[in-house]
Write a protein that binds this ligand. Structure first.
Ligand code: KIV
Ligand code: NA
Length: 280
């Protein structure tokens, strides 16, 4: 098996093949996801919620991310491994570089992901020119929960949409190799993907982007959010109709590839109704 690379992700985008991404936190699931054809695996700081049972991602530490990266990395033959930089671990250039060094050298990740817009451009450039591939996470940014108070669909009006388009441009110019868009209108996802020089992955960002990502525990219908009855609109339960976990993950990959996921009920198509706010 040929391991996935940034070059291959770009080629998939060029030939119009959707990129299927999923979070992962341990060896058992790493083996299954890899076998099921997941193209990109993320060590998400969502682990603070689905593994630790926290209400937010902000208590997650760099040690947690490195630990779970080490559980996953050796078991991926093909999938591309990306690791989240946790809350405040990239607050300065030096911290960002140290954090990236740890998740890449100790954790085995091939790319780091950080949240933020154009104000993070200097950090993206600092990492990028030193050989650290970066995914920039725009739109709804869970690490800003304490600043925001509540989570809503982002980029809803034209001014906010233009600002996000500008952020995307600046971050790619700074060296970002991938963009991730969370919880934005389908039309804005499509505009950013159309303009972008790099692949654009969405979660609640509609179907007109280059790939999709979801949280593993959400698609298996076992996350605390499911128990609390607060799953976001974009989540789909792939255990429904599946005989086992591997079949569920295969079904997710197949629906991302075919474009069947995300269906209209998983998207924020304009105009949004007032009830369409994602669960926090
Ligand atoms: O932490 C996470 O799982 C993420 C994805 C949902 C994009 O950042
Ligand atoms: Na995350």
């Amino acid at each position: 098996t040929k391991p996935m690379s940034i070059a291959e992700l770009r080629e998939m985008r060029t030939r119009g093949e959707k990129i299927a991404c999923l979070t992962c936190y341990d060896a058992s699931f790493a083996l299954i996801e890899d076998r099921a054809g997941v193209d990109l695996v993320l060590i998400g700081d969502s682990l603070g919620m689905v593994l630790h049972g926290g209400r937010t991602t902000t208590p997650v530490t760099l040690d947690h991310i490195v630990y779970h990266s080490r559980c996953v990395a050796p078991h991926l033959a093909r999938a591309f491994l990306v690791a989240d930089l946790p809350f405040l671990s990239y607050a300065t250039l030096e911290r960002a570089l140290d954090a990236s060094q740890r998740v890449m050298q100790e954790g085995g990740a091939k790319m780091v992901k950080l949240e933020g817009g154009r104000e993070q451009a200097s950090i993206v450039e600092y990492l990028s020119v030193r050989g650290v591939p970066v995914c920039a996470h725009l739109g709804l940014r869970p690490q800003f929960v304490h600043k925001m108070g509540a989570f809503r669909v982002q980029g809803r009006d034209e001014a906010a949409a233009e600002a996000m388009l500008h952020d995307a441009r600046v971050l790619v110019e700074a060296g970002a190799d991938l963009l991730l868009l969370e919880c934005i209108p389908t039309e804005l996802g499509a505009r950013i993907a159309a303009e972008s020089a790099v692949p654009v992955i969405g979660i609640g960002a509609g179907h007109r982007v280059d790939g999709q990502i979801l949280v593993l525990h959400d698609i298996l219908n076992i996350s605390p959010m499911v128990t609390l009855g607060r799953t976001p609109r974009f989540v789909k339960n792939y255990m429904r109709g599946a005989s086992d976990i591997e079949s569920a993950i295969r079904a997710y990959v197949a629906e991302v590839k075919s474009g069947a996921y995300p269906a209209p009920e998983h998207r924020f198509d304009l105009p949004l109704s007032v009830t369409e706010k994602p669960a926090a």
